[in-house]
Design a protein. Structure first.
Ligand SMILES: [Zn+2]
Ligand SMILES: [Zn+2]
Length: 129
């Protein structure tokens, strides 16, 4: 089950509702690959589907800060751990096509406003699946 997080900036008034974590259907790799662009899909194929040393994978949505949209976006992220301990992170782009930095540990870290860099007030408003 994913978490719905509402963020609000007390300085400039920016607010957003984000659906983070993962849904109940997101335990299948076929489903999860659909959230990524062609380039990332290829990488997922290469790293997980066709790779016998791929040990485990973990999918969730993090918070992307898109400098182009000046908004926070839900960005799909796939963490792949191979048998030899190698960690690889495959992350999606913003839907505008821009590369974004993604905050995965949003539960413990501060979330900054994409417009004025102020620390955002956050509230967990529910769950989604
Ligand atoms: Zn702000
Ligand atoms: Zn964008």
């Amino acid at each position: 089950m994913g978490t719905i997080v509402k963020v609000k900036c007390t300085s400039c008034g920016y607010e957003e509702e984000l659906r983070l974590g993962c849904g109940i259907r997101d335990n299948r790799l076929e489903q999860v690959s659909e959230y990524f662009g062609d380039k990332q899909k290829e990488e997922i194929n290469r790293l997980v589907k066709k790779n016998i040393t791929a040990y485990t994978w973990n999918y969730r949505r993090g918070i992307g800060n898109c400098e182009h949209c000046k908004r926070l976006k839900e960005i799909p992220v796939l963490l792949v751990l191979s048998e030899n301990g190698e960690r690889k992170i495959i992350k999606g782009d913003c839907d505008c096509g821009n590369h974004v930095t993604v905050l995965l540990d949003w539960e413990s870290e501060e979330i900054l406003c994409p417009r004025c860099n102020h620390i955002l007030f956050r509230e967990e408003t529910g769950y989604w699946d």
